[in-house]
Design a protein around this ligand. Structure first.
Ligand code: HEM
Length: 206
């Protein structure tokens, strides 16, 4: 049987799946407002008025959940010189040749970029969201600021959705990754093949 290494605690996993749930609800209700052809999605939240009421709270809960994850993980997601080298060869890896990939730490350069794109887009979403949250906060900001906020909010939402699609694709594409977030463990083989520096770190002294 393959030996297993701990990658995430129960709390970290619950937090991650809470963020996912809030992301789906905020994205579905947000898309309903984005274009009339997508308005039918509001039915999933109980209709237009409920979508409008709940959307900002779902977004806020997602950001708060992400903040917990951010505070735990930001140091491990800082770019290093080795990551630049990894990123340089990422194209070859995508074409199926992993022979020149330098060893990665707990997260590789691709994951780190995804992490910072998520953090940045969520920051823009929450700041701009407050600027046009009717009727509570809009009185404080001129209409031109609110209009700019709506535009930036939509752009940041698009960036976040595309980033999450890449994130899910990578989690499925790299076999054995999903169990890190479903069971909290990964096989030693997975760790050695994909995150060798992390593997050496956690198996040191064995
Ligand atoms: C159905 C959707 C999703 C799936 C299947 C999924 C899957 C995963 C998996 C398997 C990992 C572990 C990767 C590893 O340790 O190497 C992970 C990590 C992570 N996920 Fe997700 N995820 C989803 C949605 C999201 C969303 C919506 C967010 C935030 C907006 C998010 C944020 C993160 C973060 C920050 C990490 C830690 C990785 C890092 O810090 O670079 N995930 N996810």
């Amino acid at each position: 049987m393959a030996r297993l290494l701990k990658r995430y605690s129960d709390g970290e996993r619950m937090n991650h799946w809470f963020i996912v749930l809030m992301f789906v609800l905020a994205a579905v209700s947000g898309l309903a407002f984005f274009h009339p052809s997508l308005f039918f999605l509001s039915n999933l939240m109980g209709g237009g008025p409920w979508s409008r009421i709940l959307h900002p709270f779902m977004g806020l809960l997602m950001v708060l959940g992400f903040l917990v994850m951010f505070l735990r993980l930001w140091r491990q997601n800082l770019m290093t010189a080795a990551d630049k080298e990894w990123a340089k060869h990422a194209g070859e890896m995508l074409r199926g040749d992993k022979s020149r990939m330098p060893p990665a730490g707990k997260y590789n350069a691709g994951q780190k970029r995804v992490f910072w794109l998520m953090a940045f887009s969520l920051l823009v979403l929450v700041v701009t969201g407050f600027l046009f949250w009717h009727p509570w906060f809009t009185g404080y900001f001129p209409i031109v600021v609110q209009r700019a906020a709506v535009l930036l909010h939509s752009i940041a939402a698009l960036v976040l959705v595309l980033t999450v699609i890449v994130h899910i694709y990578a989690a499925i594409w790299v076999k054995g990754t999903m169990r890190a977030m479903t069971r909290g463990t990964v096989t030693e083989g997975w760790a050695k093949a994909n995150h060798e520096l992390w593997y050496r770190e956690v198996t040191r002294g064995r």
